[in-house]
Write a protein that binds this ligand. Structure first.
Ligand code: PLP
Length: 420
């Protein structure tokens, strides 16, 4: 059974201070997650998590993560600017972008970020843009084909399709790229790959690590490039559904260590640092969307209309993603009513849940939509003139603090150009 990180009583107090809808984040949970990750990889002295800023670009959240020793993984100009404003400097910033505009490479280089190239042609583009090749450089690998894990009668535990994704160098390009970069002055090399998203398996990282470690040994032997870090990127998932089992990051860390000791250490590469760029795993369960029931509608189905909409949380509309819903104050009531929970966009996919069994809902009830801490607020948009919500932090001492105000109509009109 999934429980919100906030109690009904706490939430009633919070909504008296901040009107719904808003995303609420759990400082204690964020810090605990960061500490567990760090402990799981403590065997690797150079380990660093570069939090994927796109998952939750809020300065207060980034500050907490920085205090816990994390860096920032950016992929756009404004994400780089945000990381800079939040105090991340130099090698604390990873720049993993694709289809990159020149000005973004310029800013990344100026900040001293580690640049992770997405394509062979970006080598010359980077050189032409910033006039040099940085001494530390990374390349993103795409092995092509299908990536699968754990075949059983029910199918694969994990299946994703790198061969159909736009990211990364082919293996041949990677070898050529490393040679070219070395000839252009690069001295410290990294390899990056992101082969599957939201994996619920303790085997994803260890399997990926095995692939990248073997590749690193081959690359170092054939090109003479000194491989200093291997970036396992994002992709460690979270249990959105109540019957799913959470990953155990300690087991994952041990699994990676085993590969490290079997592959890298015997090759004399035991000095390689491991990096991660987790977004969802760090923040997903440590955030929720708080919304209030406005209306009921009885037609061919039973609808519950709430004051949030897909503009506040796009995942259900975009991916058909499941987000668990708790009706506050009715946590232990039987789920004997079937509803579609909808927002007010003029789009029929604006549904947080379809045919969801919930306790009987009343107008004014507070609903907690779970697991919105990553790729929640940040995927928000202004369709239908809907405004982005506030973000509130439930702090370690139990108090709550506004960490982003809600947009106002003035924000909506700010970019419009009216003819007198
Ligand atoms: C999105 C992204 C991540 C984070 O992915 P999660 O699924 O949130 O862990 C990490 N690295 C890169 C390059 C990404 O694009």
């Amino acid at each position: 059974m999934k429980r919100p990180f906030v109690t009904g009583r706490q939430l009633e107090k919070i909504v008296r201070q901040f009107p719904t809808p808003f995303h609420l984040y759990d400082e204690t949970g964020i810090r605990e997650t960061a500490r567990k990750l760090k402990a799981a990889f403590a065997w690797n002295p150079g380990f660093k998590e570069y939090f994927a800023v796109k998952a939750n670009p809020n300065p207060a959240i980034l500050k907490i993560l920085r205090e816990e020793g994390c860096g920032a993984d950016c992929s756009s100009l404004t994400e780089l600017m945000l990381a800079d404003k939040c105090g991340f400097t130099g090698s604390e910033i990873m720049f993993s972008s694709n289809d990159t505009p020149a000005e973004e490479f310029q800013l990344a280089a100026k900040l001293g970020a580690t640049i992770n190239l997405d394509d062979f042609t970006h080598i010359d583009f980077l050189k032409d843009t910033i006039g040099t090749i940085p001494e530390t450089i990374s390349c993103r690998f795409n092995p092509g084909g299908l990536f699968t894990l754990g075949e059983s009668a029910e199918g694969f535990q994990v299946m994703d399709n790198p061969g159909d994704s736009k990211y990364g160098f082919t293996k041949e390009q990677l070898f050529e790229g490393f040679k070219k970069l070395k000839a252009m002055g690069a001295k410290r090399f990294g390899i990056h790959a992101f082969l599957a998203s939201n994996t619920l398996s303790n085997d994803y990282y260890p399997t990926l690590a095995g692939i990248l470690f073997k590749l690193a040994v081959e690359l170092e032997r054939e090109t003479g490039c000194h491989i200093c870090f291997i970036n396992l990127s994002g992709g460690v998932g979270i249990p959105y559904k109540p019957d799913q089992q959470a990953n155990d990051i300690a087991v994952i860390g041990e699994g990676v260590r085993k590969q490290f000791e079997e592959i890298l250490v015997p090759a004399g590469m035991g000095d390689v640092s491991i990096c991660t760029e987790l977004g969802r795993f760090m923040l997903g369960p440590n955030g929720c969307l708080v919304t209030k029931v406005l209306h009921f509608k009885h037609t061919y189905k039973e609808y519950v209309g709430v004051d949030a909409c897909a503009a506040n949380l796009m995942r259900p509309a975009m991916y058909g993603a499941y987000h668990h819903i708790t009706v506050m104050g009715k946590e232990d009531a039987p789920c004997d009513h079937k509803y579609d929970v909808t927002g007010g966009l003029c789009e029929n996919n604006d549904k947080f849940a379809i045919d969801r069994m919930l306790p009987e809902v009343e107008i004014g009830d507070l609903l907690v939509i779970h697991d919105t801490g990553a790729h929640g607020f940040s995927m928000g948009y202004n369709y239908n003139g809907r405004l982005r919500s506030a973000e509130v932090l439930l702090q370690a001492d139990g108090s709550s603090r506004l960490i982003r105000r809600a947009e106002t109509p003035e924000d909506y009109f700010a970019t419009m150009l009216f003819e007198d």
